[in-house]
Design a protein around this ligand. Sequence first.
Ligand code: SF4
Length: 399
Amino acid sequence: MNSLGIYVSVPFCRAKCSYCNFASGVSAVSAHAQYVSRVCEQIRRVRQAVSEAAIPGQVDSLYFGGGTPSTLSPALLGEIVQTLRQEFTVLPGAEFTIECAPGQLDDAALEAMVALGVNRISFGVQSLVDREAAATGRFHTRAVVLRDLERARAAGVGRLSIDLIAGMPHQTAASWQESLEVLAATGVDHASVYMLEIDQDSRLGRELLAGGARYSAPAVPSEELTADLYETAIAYLEGQGLRQYEISNFARRGSTSRHNLKYWRREPYLGFGLDAHSMVHTTGGSALRFQTSAELAEFLAGSSLQDVRRLTPAEELEEAWFLGLRLRQGVCWQDLAREFGRQRLELFAPLVQDLCALGLLAEADGVVSLTRQGVLLSNEVFARFLGVEDLDCQATLSL
Ligand code: SF4
């Protein structure tokens, strides 16, 4: 059985960034203790809550995200880690990542994290150009980011990641190149690059959709430019030794995120805290997905796990396609045939052929992967993999 990954969501931030569409926000420090005690209760009760799940006892990755987990005091962070260690065996050498906001990590907190076993920090930087970071409500400057990276290294955290967003207000091709060059020069072993999401769930997204001028909305680059910036990032980072291994993720050799790979490889993970998702297997081997509430008040009131769902074999196969295609290494026909049977897999052959003809997928040596164009249109590609077996059933019935 695979080892387990554990995600803990800490939904508190010092301020809400204009582009943020996560379940996070600013809360009084007094809410932190109540939140942590609820998370710990959830950790202790998870086996009871999903009794049909075969949850591995050994953990090889911990990931504290959010939100800004470093807003919790070292004592509260320690309480969560201690509860996890009581309920699970955290393997020596487990990857332990915590997301931090630059400029919000004092020496005591950094020291405490290292003492708790943190060996990887992911910094939410988004832009290394000060004007762009400030326009979205980030508090840091480039100098602060560079200083924090050095402080983390000096404290003994060697594995460091930087997140950037393509499409930030005021961004231009030249300023984006500047961010990329500064990132590469820091020597971090991992980077994540996202394209700005424009939707109703963020203040900036709503403003853009409404055609308003707040939050520097008029200074947001066009979709075309944002796509170009993303493509520039791929080419530039690859040239700097940060190889793209997933749509949004880049790493130096040996530095891929063990935790995040579990999501795309369909390996078991548990999520605790607000709006956290889990995927484990039942004792019979089916995939089981469930999540926690995305409403803080509901979560604190002790709501039970939501949407506990045993996937059908057809859903598992669809997931194998669209999660596997996120990875640069692609999806191997033979591996899928071994897991799902050749007959069911063959139903997907015409779709793959179509998408290859459209230049969105490529196939070589029995492996299917997204093309450059397919990466840009990945959501549309993934949607085509939904319901393939149902369609085949309907076609058979109508014959
Ligand atoms: S982007 Fe990160 S730091 Fe900003 S509000 Fe969202 S979760 Fe918090």
